[in-house]
Design a protein around this ligand. Sequence first.
Ligand SMILES: Cc1ncc(C[n+]2csc(CCO)c2C)c(N)n1
Length: 216
Amino acid sequence: MSLRFSESLRQSCEVTWTRAVEHRFVRELGDGTIADDVMAAYLIQDHRFLDSFLVLLGAAIASSDRFESRLVLGRFTGMVCGEENTYFLRAFEALGVDTETRTRAPDTAPTAGFKALMREAAATRSYAATLAVLNVAEGLYLDWAQRVPRPLPTHFVHAEWVTLHDNPMFVEFVAFLRAELDRVGPDDAALAQDFFQRAVDLELAFFDAAYAERTA
Ligand SMILES: Cc1ncc(C[n+]2csc(CCO)c2C)c(N)n1
C-alpha cells in the first residue's frame, strides 16, 4: 500500500517533528517539574494563538468541499469557543498571572509567526492549505500528549494541558483531519507541503520560546 499523504508530509519533517514532541517542555510538563514561570510564559503566548486559530478553522469550514466536513469542523469550533477558554483562565489564576501581566507581554517571534501563518493559510482559500496547518497544530499536539507517561502529574495546570490534547474526541478529530488531508492534499501537494513544514518549524520554536521568554 502506498504511503498516506499526511504521513508522507510528517515524514518529510521527521527530525523537527520529533524534536518538538520530545521537547523539554513536554518532559517537564509530564513529570510536573516545569517551572511556573515557564508554564506561564507558554500559556500567555498560547492563549493569543486561539484568535487566529479560529480564523483558520473558519476558513477550513468555508473552503471545504463537503457538508459533512463542515459539520465536523463546526462542532469542533463550538467546543474551542466554549470549554477551551476556561482552562486558560483557571490556569492564569493558579499561576498568579494577572490581566496586566498577560497584556504587557509582547508576542514572541514564534507566536507572531504562527498567527501570520494561520491567517496566510486562511487567505489562500485552499482547503488543503488550511488542513496542512490544522494537521500540524492538532496532530503534533496529540502525538506529544500521547507520549506523556501515566499517571499524570497531580496539578491540574499540568494534567489538564495533557488531557485537553489526548482524549477520545480529540483523537477522533485528528483522525478526521488526516483523512481529509489524504483526500484533498495530493491535488495541492506543493502548497500543503509548504504550509505543513512551516507549521512544524514554528511548533518547535514555540516550545523553545517558553524557556527564552519568561514572564519575570
Ligand atoms: C502552539 C500550539 N500549537 C498547537 C496547539 C494545539 N491547539 C491549538 S488550538 C487547539 C484547539 C482546541 O484544543 C489545539 C488543540 C496549541 N495549543 N499551541
